[in-house]
Design a protein around this ligand. Structure first.
Ligand SMILES: [Zn+2]
Length: 273
């Protein structure tokens, strides 16, 4: 990768559950300043581990970032634990740092050992052999080589963190799952690329405000001054182009629908996406 370059690869973009050949939420975010390079896997939704391995290895990752503990964002993490403990090709010289909401490790320990959620020695060994445990809080900054990550709490009913990832002035923002909230505007402020969820085609008055519509995603992208918007987490749509059109009408700029294998590059010699 070139000087001050960021690259985002879509590993999964389905909302809530996968569809044939596609995966739930996950992104590989890479950053380089010419000398240093960092890679973080953001959200480990169902099917994203397999897709990740098309592009990199667990040994080459600097960290995993789990936005929240809903299954469509975290369900491949136990498989990563197995690969690190039992895989021949994925052994790392050190444990893999995992950043997630409060208590993520206890939930995973219980799942891996079939113990209760109360921490046990067996659970500790099982998880801590592979992962280095980090818990996120709102506003937390995590530096991975040249890649600067900032956690921003969003509105989703459970503890959830969007992430603002930057190398120099190149910024990629990811909403994670969120209902309407002021944090989204700060999260995506002047971002070159805003990856925003749009789980609901139409606003649902009867549901808790835990997701966005394409129109709302477009409005937040416009208010934040984002340069480009990519919709993700679309759920069960018969015609996804309707979602793209609604987002574009609200945003006014370029809109795409995230798709597994999509690659976005920021910076570098051309300075464009
Ligand atoms: Zn969720």
């Amino acid at each position: 990768m070139d000087d001050k370059l960021m690259r985002v690869t879509v590993l999964g973009s389905c909302g809530t559950f996968p569809t044939a050949g596609r995966a739930c939420s996950g992104f590989l975010v890479e950053g380089s300043d010419g000398d240093r390079h960092a890679r973080v896997w953001v959200d480990t939704g169902s099917g994203t581990f397999s897709n990740l391995l098309r592009h990199t290895t667990l040994a080459a990752l600097d960290a995993i970032w789990v936005s929240h503990l809903h299954m469509d964002h975290v369900s491949d993490l136990p498989a990563v634990n197995y690969a690190l403990r039992f895989g021949r090709d994925d052994r790392r010289p050190s444990r893999l740092p995992v950043f997630g909401p409060h208590g993520w490790a206890d939930h995973l320990r219980a799942f891996l050992t079939l113990d209760s959620v109360e921490p046990t020695e067996r659970g500790r060994d099982t998880l801590d052999e592979a992962f280095e445990v980090h818990e996120l809080h709102d506003g937390q900054r995590v530096d991975l080589g040249p890649l600067r990550l900032t956690a921003m709490a969003t509105l989703h009913g459970v503890e959830t963190y969007g992430v603002r990832a930057a190398v120099g002035d190149q910024v990629v923002a990811y909403s994670a799952d969120s209902g309407p909230c002021p944090a989204l505007e700060a999260l995506a402020a002047d971002a070159r690329l805003f990856i925003c969820e749009a789980a609901w085609l139409d606003w649902d008055e009867n549901a808790p405000p835990m997701h966005l519509t394409p129109q709302l995603a477009g409005e937040y992208a416009a208010r934040a001054g984002a340069q480009r918007l990519t919709l993700t987490h679309l759920r069960n749509l018969r015609d996804p182009q309707v979602a793209a059109m609604r987002a574009k009408a609200a945003f006014g700029g370029e809109v795409s629908l995230a798709r597994e294998g999509d690659v976005f590059e920021l910076g570098g010699p051309g300075g464009t996406l």
